[in-house]
Design a protein around this ligand. Structure first.
Ligand SMILES: [Zn+2]
Ligand SMILES: [Zn+2]
Length: 341
């Protein structure tokens, strides 16, 4: 990973075919000042149930060429001022305030991250349903000027697609969480988080999917199923490495999520979604463009492609699959009047 690669935007020429293999484009564009910043949005320290100090945790990410990190201890707002004095550097590295607001309804664990909150958000007391508790958490985070993200919906089989789709005033959820027991793939009749995502998008609600570590253990090599760092992250497009700019870009969907695939370019216009992968020499790639109800609209085996909207897709998102199982999730673009909002 090189830090802050310049974004190369693909052109948006109208194409006769819905999908064509596109060459890597290097043309300058008005957005060429924007950079991609790599960051992890969900991390624990000894201030909750992590095994390492904030200093050790931040060091782990900084040494591996992440550009930002959100510390999200359970019901605890870890201070970042001292950490940024030690580790922060203009345009190179930033620690962002956060908290995993942690509650439950009955036996169902309900966790919502507050990103860039201005103050501690207490977990709600009471609430008559999963949805009510989630909504109180989201609203508490908003009142603290934070950006909410609903965590690991299938952990403890806590949040159904219906419930997730009804939460108001939130745009983000974890489509991938690197903790080993959060059931990303569903099972036993419960949909995977990608199926959940498509159901919610198809119902008309615009939701963006993030990938996170939820790292707890930076030590303990003897624990094979431990929640470790380096599993999932986001690349956020922003003109600067600043906390408010980063979370606002997340809420605009101006980012992609990854477990190891890096993009050369991602460009969504009103007429098309264009992608190209920063390829690894030993890997091969498949790109799927996905629309309403999770239907695969098109699949290509080249590392770059453009999908031109027909108008009736509802939304178009993309999934890039690398030959060793790494994935990038490109955020959905609403298409037509019936698209998600
Ligand atoms: Zn959690
Ligand atoms: Zn967590």
């Amino acid at each position: 990973m090189i830090s802050g690669p310049r974004l190369a935007l693909l052109g948006t020429a109208v194409l006769a075919a819905a999908v064509v293999a596109a060459p890597l484009a290097q043309a300058p564009s008005p957005k060429s000042q924007a950079l991609w910043f790599k960051g992890n949005l969900h991390t624990h320290t000894v201030n909750s149930d992590g095994d390492s100090t904030p200093d050790d945790v931040v060091t782990w990410y900084r040494e591996r060429n992440y550009q930002f990190l959100v510390l999200t201890d359970h019901n605890y707002l870890t201070s970042v001022e001292g950490l940024n004095a030690l580790h922060g550097a203009d345009d190179k590295f930033l620690v962002v305030k956060g908290e995993e607001v942690t509650s439950r309804f009955g036996d169902k664990p309900l966790h919502v991250n507050g990103l860039e909150i201005e103050r501690f958000v207490p977990p709600p007391e009471g609430g008559g349903s999963v949805l009510e508790v989630l909504q109180q958490m989201v609203d508490g985070i908003r009142q603290a000027r934070g950006v909410p993200s609903i965590n690991h919906p299938n952990f403890g089989w806590a949040i159904s697609p219906d419930e997730l789709g009804q939460v108001q005033r939130t745009k983000l959820f974890e489509v991938f969480n690197g903790h080993p027991t959060v059931n990303n793939l569903g099972g036993g009749g419960v949909p995977s988080l990608e199926e959940t995502w498509d159901r919610i998008l198809s119902s008309g609600k615009l939701l963006y999917g993030i990938a996170v570590d939820d790292a707890h253990y930076f030590k303990r090599p003897e624990a094979p199923a431990a929640p470790r760092p380096g599993k999932g992250w986001v690349y956020v497009r922003s003109d600067r490495l600043e906390a408010r700019a980063l979370v606002e870009a997340l809420e605009r969907g101006d980012f992609y999520s990854s477990t190891g695939v890096q993009m050369q370019a991602v460009d969504a216009s009103t007429s098309a979604l264009s992608l190209s992968v920063r390829t690894e020499p030993a890997s091969k790639y498949r790109i799927q463009f996905i629309g309403r109800q999770g239907r695969v609209l098109s699949e290509v085996t080249t590392p770059a492609a453009t999908y031109t909207f027909k108008g009736d897709e509802g939304y178009v998102r993309a999934k890039v699959m690398e030959s060793n199982g790494k994935v990038a999730w490109i955020q959905p673009v609403p298409v037509g009047a019936a698209g998600p909002k």
